[in-house]
Design a protein around this ligand. Structure first.
Ligand SMILES: Cc1ncc(COP(=O)(O)O)c(C=O)c1O
Length: 343
């Protein structure tokens, strides 16, 4: 049990002692000059895991998505994306603000897009219409409660985008969780997208960083855009070293987070005045609804008892499980919330 049970996000995880050791001992160089062997190793290792030609270490998932989108669509071209995806909603308007990309949000079934709908929206471009340049998909899907987009759906979408001559970008910030939840080898995900961004700083617990993956050409363009955004880092092997430990030691334990999320969901479902759909808890994220109550007020009262959550809507809180919360924290959260709801 921890002093504070922090369910706000898996981004709150702190580096493990092994990561801190690796950071202290990392062999480094100037990565902007191509001299940092630890960054190069992280990029190669990650690319190999997903069967992609090349990788690029970037400071954040937001920058990972930004450089992938900017590398594959020109100003005035169109991006089709799931309506609640992170890129459209929580990246400070990046596609439009940075690259002048037109965005078209599409409805989905918890992140899973209907290929027929996508096919209808892809536009070749004409005197009047923009050309659709790419499709973006998010897996697992954060704001659909950590939902796993089925591999088969990704395969269909990739076949469609290939046929129609547009690119597919996969926001795989938590693709590690999808792989563990479904037993899918990472390379199978690498085979169904042109570009991919994976985060080291969420469930895997590294302090900083994401890796962009794709062909050598795409990663080269992404590297140019990273520099434009000021994301060229110098002795970043210090950070990459933690990322390597994250890749090597933290992937296999994600199942524990999924089990804790189910434990939390079962506990919450027993409480009066809480709606939570157990069937929908597939990975490490769950949304709970508190009909008729203020989620902000509940979150503030929980915080007063050392349990942190995020109110994401008027009656809804999001809970995320990760390396730094355990089963006892889960039980404590349920007990504290139960006391609050009964008063
Ligand atoms: C699905 C998804 N993509 C991208 C990001 C952005 O990552 P970062 O916070 O490292 O910029 C997040 C962050 O939570 C996310 O949930």
């Amino acid at each position: 049990m921890h002093e504070t049970a922090d369910f706000r996000s898996d981004t709150v995880t702190r580096p493990t002692p092994e990561m801190r050791r690796a950071m202290a001992e990392a062999v480094v160089g100037d990565d902007v000059l191509g001299d940092d062997p630890t960054v190069a190793r992280l990029e190669e290792l990650t690319a190999a895991l997903f069967g992609k030609e090349a990788g690029l270490f970037v400071p954040s998932g937001t920058m990972g998505n930004a450089v992938c989108l900017g590398a594959q669509a020109a100003p005035g071209e169109e991006l089709l994306a799931e309506e609640w995806c992170h890129s459209l909603n929580f990246e400070a308007g990046g596609p439009a603000g940075l690259w002048g990309i037109l965005t078209r949000p599409l409805r989905s079934d918890r992140g899973t897009l209907d290929p027929d709908l996508v096919a209808r929206w892809i536009r070749e471009g004409s005197l009047h219409t923009p050309r659709t340049a790419l499709l973006a998909v998010e897996c697992t899907h954060n704001f659909h409660g950590g939902a796993v987009v089925p591999l088969e759906n990704l395969r269909e979408l990739f076949a469609l985008t290939r046929e129609r001559g547009i690119a597919l970008h996969l926001d795989g910030a938590r693709l590690w969780n999808a792989a563990v939840a479904t037993g899918t080898p990472l390379a199978e995900y690498g085979a169904v997208c042109d570009s991919l961004s994976v985060c080291l700083s969420k469930g895997l617990g590294a302090p900083v960083g994401s890796v962009v993956l794709g062909s050598a050409g795409l990663v080269g363009r992404a590297g140019f855009l990273r520099k434009r955004l000021g994301g060229g880092m110098r002795q970043s092997g210090v950070l990459a070293a933690a990322g390597i430990v994250a890749l090597e030691t933290m992937r296999d334990r994600l199942g524990e987070d999924h089990e804790n999320a189910r434990r939390l969901a079962r506990g919450l479902a027993e409480l009066p005045g809480v709606e939570v759909d157990l069937e929908r808890v597939e990975t490490n994220i769950l949304f709970a609804r508190f009909p008729g109550r203020s989620a902000a007020e509940l979150a503030a009262r929980l915080a007063g008892h050392g349990v942190l959550t995020l109110d994401t809507d008027r009656e809804v809180c999001r809970f995320v499980t990760h390396h730094d919360v355990d089963a006892e924290d889960v039980d404590r959260a349920v007990a504290v919330l139960g006391d609050i709801l009964r008063t």
